[in-house]
Design a protein around this ligand. Structure first.
Ligand SMILES: NC(=O)c1ccc[n+]([C@@H]2O[C@H](COP(=O)([O-])OP(=O)(O)OC[C@H]3O[C@@H](n4cnc5c(N)ncnc54)[C@H](OP(=O)(O)O)[C@@H]3O)[C@@H](O)[C@H]2O)c1
Length: 338
């Protein structure tokens, strides 16, 4: 049975803050190459059999962790005292990653409750500081392991944002077989298979080019299958029967911000790249700020007509929609009309 991880007050720190292990070195997932090629790909596993397999799997115990408080979490005090303003409970996968951190930081400032599933829960404390469990809960899970996705993890979850990923090319982040096949395909399949039918929306972050992985330049990016496996993950979400939105990001800029903390995250801006382009049909090929992707994921949760839709997203120099829901509605709507 998985257990929730609790934060330890700063006075009870088991080790000095400076000894908090730094997140491992980040290798860009999608290097700046001309951007999938493996001919054909395995179809998604039958969801019913997959769910059955999961329900019969043994849920292994997760050791309860003491988490250390970030040394730098002054601005968290306000959010700590204010009660959550929303009835949402958003499950975030990949919350220690570039886009995921920004999603979590943004949910915190919006006073929306979130639950993070992390391979290394200590990263949450480093990144987001001490948070009230009412607002931010952290559980240990590796999406490659169905037995980590204990049903108790999903209790009360209303929405899901999945921004897990690994590098497109072999790197240290593949250590322990954490490859695109395992993360972008099997991880997404395991997650989706274990979600309760009551979930109101799952937003999956995918990539532009997934439908063209046999074509240059995408075939180069896909040399190790990342686009193919992301497409398989997408297809599994699409066929799951769950209400979904897929956000296919262009090459990510700004960040990944890893090894920063909440204060820094909250100050992050999309630089000059704030104007948002949203398309459909896998035609966009440019870049997008991680901040813009994070905001798009959060906005999509509340825009009814984005349900069941797949969007590509880029951002370019200029004024953007910021966090204005109406502007985001218009952007998503315009993409569907085109
Ligand atoms: N980089 C690009 O240019 C680009 C372009 C298009 C789309 N994308 C996609 O956009 C999304 C966000 O990218 P990003 O660069 O911001 O992310 P990132 O920094 O690479 O973060 C990836 C996240 O996934 C988590 N993760 C990896 N393996 C996992 C596993 N087995 N179980 C649970 N969690 C796991 C990581 O956790 P740990 O901290 O434990 O490693 C981390 O939180 C990804 O889906 C990526 O593939 C990226």
């Amino acid at each position: 049975m998985a257990s929730r991880l609790s934060y330890t007050p700063i006075s009870n720190l088991p080790l000095p803050c400076e000894k908090i292990p730094k997140p491992s070195q980040i290798v860009p997932n999608f290097p700046n190459l001309p951007l999938n090629s493996c001919p054909g790909y395995r179809g998604s596993r039958n969801i019913t059999s997959s769910r059955r397999a999961l329900s019969s799997s043994i849920c292994h115990a997760v050791r309860e962790q003491e988490l250390v408080q970030s040394p730098n979490s002054e601005s968290n005090q306000d959010s700590e005292t204010a009660p959550p303003s929303s009835s949402k409970l958003v499950l975030v996968l990949g919350g220690s990653g570039g886009v995921g951190q920004l999603v979590v930081a943004s949910l915190l400032t919006r006073n929306i409750k979130s639950r993070l599933l992390l391979r290394d829960p200590e990263k949450a404390t480093t990144l987001f500081g001490k948070q009230d469990q009412e607002k931010l809960q952290v559980w240990r899970a590796d999406t490659r392991n169905p037995e980590d996705l204990d049903p108790s993890i999903f209790e009360g979850v209303t929405h899901v944002i999945c921004c897990t990923g690994t590098t497109a090319f072999p790197s240290r982040r593949w250590d322990g077989d954490n490859t695109p096949e395992r993360v972008d395909w099997e991880g997404v399949r395991n997650l989706v298979s274990s979600l309760p039918a009551s979930v109101k929306r799952i937003v999956l972050v995918s990539s532009v080019g997934v439908t063209k992985f046999n074509e240059l330049p995408w075939s180069i990016m896909n040399l190790f299958g990342v686009l193919k496996y992301k497409k398989m993950g997408e297809d599994f979400v699409r066929n799951s029967g769950l209400p979904f939105t897929i956000i296919r990001a262009g090459r990510l800029t700004d960040g990944p911000y890893t090894s920063y903390d909440l204060n820094t995250l909250l100050q992050a801006t999309a630089g000059e790249r704030r104007a948002v382009l949203i398309g459909q049909g896998d035609k966009l090929v440019g870049e997008v700020s991680r901040l813009v992707v994070a905001e798009a994921c959060i906005q999509a949760l509340d825009i009814e007509f984005t349900q069941g839709e797949v969007y590509e997203i880029n951002s370019v120099k200029g004024e953007g929609p910021g966090s204005d829901p109406q502007k985001w509605r218009e952007l998503f709507k315009a993409a569907q009309v085109k």
